[in-house]
Write a protein that binds this ligand. Structure first.
Ligand SMILES: Cc1ncc(COP(=O)(O)O)c(C=O)c1O
Length: 443
């Protein structure tokens, strides 16, 4: 009999856990044995409220019957299709439905496996676009400090977490430049978009002038998520757009976290009124239950690449075995149905002020250094203790013990509850979080 259903495995030794303190975990394991709605069950029989939608993955809550049904039906009817030069109806239907939600003419939908592969695909599409225009000099990409774009080499290169890059710095993409991040000292407890800081976008102008004609694309998360929710200053994204237009630089929005309603609009692009040329998404696309990533491209980008290739030839030498596999498509279509039926983005808009008030109520706690938030996402910086990350990890563990689950990046607590949360759930999250922070302060 398969052992993967037992609550406590016989051995914890063989599974090398990703992004984890393996030795610490194996001494004190935290196993999740079940999930329904906004709650998780632990192997010790405790209940946790999910304050981070898994990892920004499950905004519709856990254990959605409609998604489970769609996935299981799909597996029985058609489990796999060779994705190159053949297909099945579902992936085309899903592309049409995604394109209805993306802004303006971002109507061409390229499937990948996850957020990292979406970012690396967007980088390649940008290169293919400039090549199709005969622009072979453009090879540089611009990212931003504190940006996170996944763990593949492209995303790592444009990302702005230096400690993640250290071990492979000799094999990163050449020519990448970074802008400064947008978090200024005066933004510490601001609700929503800061009024100051739009001029930081001029970093792109400086880089574009220095490397005139060489910049292929600039990639940013509209709200930097993994780094602890850095909200773009008013006018900042518009400025980036203008500079990109002036220098024929493609603008890529990485909406792996902000996509599918987190801000209250389908995408942050619409929320902030700025249309990129390429947009990545993943996570909530399938409510996190089957891996899937997506790149949405402007019609003109697709046409330029496709028309540059000889008739009958493959136009873009790129794709994955699991690009748009039936089971991921089935989950994503079920998610689209729920978004529409439950008018989910409107719900986020309505619940956001309550969430934001609760988030900012932590301001009085002595060790809280900064709070930022937008829509149904928030970041809380805890004052560093001894070394970076220790405070965040300790509060995360105390919170787990007190019944609330979320992710900490270094000393930033990253909060992003499911959209289906009711006010009482938000109260529960912040009551438990406050208790955990106070406990930590007394240690
Ligand atoms: C903005 C952004 N881009 C890319 C990724 C990478 O996604 P994945 O872990 O699915 O590869 C993430 C993951 O958190 C992300 O937040």
């Amino acid at each position: 009999m398969s052992t993967h259903r037992t609550n406590i495995p016989n051995s914890l030794n063989e599974h090398w856990m990703p992004f984890s303190a393996n030795r610490d975990f194996k001494k004190n394991p935290r196993l999740i044995t079940g999930a329904k709605g906004v709650y998780l069950k632990t192997h010790e029989g405790n209940t946790l409220i999910d304050a981070s939608s898994g990892l920004f993955c499950n905004p519709l809550g856990h254990g959605r019957e409609e998604i489970a049904e769609a996935v299981s039906k799909q597996l029985r009817e058609l489990d796999f299709v060779l994705p190159f030069n053949q297909g099945f109806g579902g992936s085309f239907e899903l592309a049409t439905r995604i394109a209805k939600n993306t802004p303006d003419d971002l109507n061409k939908i390229f499937y990948t496996i996850c957020g990292s592969t979406a970012v690396d695909s967007a980088i390649k599409i940008a290169m293919a676009y400039h090549t199709s225009k005969g622009n072979k000099k453009k090879f540089r990409f611009v990212g931003r400090d504190r940006g996170y774009h996944g763990m593949n080499i492209g995303g790592l290169s444009v990302g702005g977490f230096n400690n993640y890059k250290e071990m492979c710095k000799s094999i990163l993409m050449p020519g990448v430049q970074h802008m400064r991040h947008t978090f200024l000292p005066e933004h510490k407890f601001i609700e929503g978009q800061p009024d100051t800081g739009a001029e930081i976008a001029d970093d792109l102008e400086t880089i574009a002038n220095k490397f005139e004609g060489e910049i292929a694309a600039c990639i940013v998360e509209p709200i930097a998520g993994s780094t602890g929710t850095l909200i773009p200053p008013k006018g900042y994204l518009n400025k980036l757009r203008k500079i990109c237009d002036k220098h024929e630089i493609l603008l890529i929005f990485d909406e792996v976290i902000t996509g599918w309603g987190r801000t209250g609009s389908a995408f942050a692009a619409q929320e902030f009124g700025v249309t990129p040329d390429l947009m990545t998404m993943a996570k909530a696309t399938t409510n996190g239950v089957v891996p899937m990533g997506v790149v949405a491209a402007r019609d003109g980008i697709y046409e330029s690449i496709v028309n540059a290739a000889p008739d009958g030839a493959i136009e873009l030498f790129h794709g994955y075995t699991y690009s748009g596999i039936p089971v991921a498509v089935a989950a994503a279509l079920a998610v689209q149905d729920i978004f529409e039926k439950e008018d989910i983005f409107k719900r986020v808009k309505e619940m956001s002020p309550y969430f934001q008030d609760a988030l900012h109520s932590l301001k009085d706690l002595d060790c809280v250094e900064s709070i930022r938030g937008y829509g149904m996402m928030g970041g809380v910086d805890i004052r560093m203790k001894d070394k970076p990350g220790k405070a965040g990890f300790q509060i995360y563990k105390a919170s787990y013990a007190n019944g609330v689950n979320f992710k900490a990046t270094a000393d930033a607590l990253v909060l992003a509850p499911p959209y289906i949360c009711e006010k009482k759930h938000i109260d529960e999250i912040f009551d438990k979080l406050r208790k955990s922070i106070i406990q930590y302060m007394k240690q």
